[in-house]
Design a protein around this ligand. Sequence first.
Ligand code: ADP
Length: 514
Amino acid sequence: MFATFRNLAPALRLNGVNVLRHIHQKPALYDANMLQQQAFINGEWISAKSGKTFEVLNPANGEVVGVVPDMDLEDTEAAIKAACDAFHVWKDTTAKERSQILREWYNLLVKNQKEMAEILTLESGKPLAEANGEVVYGNSFVEWFSELSRQIRGDIVQSSVPSKKILVQHQPIGVVGLITPWNFPHAMITRKAAPALGAGCTVIIKPAEDTPLTAIQIVKYAQEAGFPPGVVNLVTSSRANTGPIGKLLCEHHLVAGISFTGSTAVGKILYKQCAQGVKRLALELGGNAPFIVFNSANLDKAVDGSITSKFRNCGQTCVSANRFFIQEKVYDEYVNKLVHRVKSLKIGDGSQEGVQLGPLVNEPQLHKVAEFVNDAVSKGAKILTGGKPATHLGKLFYEPTILTDIKEDMLVYNQEVFGPVISLIKFKTEKEALDIANSTDVGLAGYFYSEDVSQIFRVSNNLEVGMIGVNEGIISCAEAPFGGIKQSGLGREGSHLGMEDFTYVKYTCIGNLS
Ligand code: ADP
């Protein structure tokens, strides 16, 4: 099976030529023979039944870097049917078999890490160093769940009646739809698909319309790794077809559950759509992460953390710090250091050496960031640096920005800006900072810097979020549970909890034992 599949998928390196370099030189070169650009259903690389396609653009320069199938309901039905048929076989494989295929998938992803990162940069605009980091991070979930899939355990519980035995086991839920965003085109797929597959589920991946090429590569290596036909399916679609496809996945009687990462607005639509069939649902939605710098903080570390937490992926990260609360005694010193660092950030095409900040992913994103900054300025905010699009670099670049004099009625105060904008708020007391930080209906991540150990425990306990970085700006990893509280979502990804969304607990009572 391995050898046959290998022949089916065109290689990224053709006759030793790096395809992406080729694409850079000739932007129109999106020959399907060179870079896989099809969807994948039931073990076959296919086009949409309608024949329709949509273009994938490089956010750094607007060039077309791919053309992929614009699938619709008919194609999705086929994917669901294939995944359902495959489930009946896949669920009965041993954990060891599943673990070995996951490990092979991991090995292939590691082997092709460099090319994966280049494709990721090409379609998302993310600087190459960050794209590399994402691929390493994304791969780590496949490794982690290849190990964990062999650790799914049940229980034999002591019965209070001698003639009964109580058995508890975990079983795969069935076909799952994985709907993923463009900001982490690699990791958001592996973080869902690896535990689902390891648990014995079959998957239909619906990647974001901005970044399907990375998804295609991931699936290409899944195929090479030896997942049987129908176990891993990939449905690519334009934004226009996404709503109906999402609805079908949520409502179809053969789909057992949905795992979604994306905006809170879309998460709520899926929640409603899943209600009718009482489908299993995992939601990783937006946040409004506080970043608090207390008087006792090490300011250099706090500034480092601010930069990594805020400007990673140009601020387009759901765990990005959104509002920055700085205690009054250290406010001026922190702000001086921060402004200096932000002004030195190198912004440009992410594929170029040394670039730290790429473009925003698409026009709606650029408009959103500009709208938030303009709204704040119109209501009295002051710009310390940045504050406008960097049009000399391209259509989608926005200067890294710091705003002060933030007020409660501003969009940047209430909502996630999802862009390279820091909003600074001065506070006096710990209670005041906590009250403002918690005065939101979302709760994904939060960060604070303090060298006071009692304060560290106090604030960690009281911050209303699912994940906290104490003196640390980057917190996600395969071993830790990722997820939010309040309207930031349901369920946890990564860690040993990441498999729970994909299994049912089954209790079996064996009675009348003599
Ligand atoms: P963003 O606004 O940042 O693009 P979205 O939540 O809209 O974030 O997108 C995340 C994922 O959800 C993408 O794969 C997108 O195609 C998909 N999506 C968008 N709208 C819907 C919908 N109505 N139903 C299902 N999926 C959707």
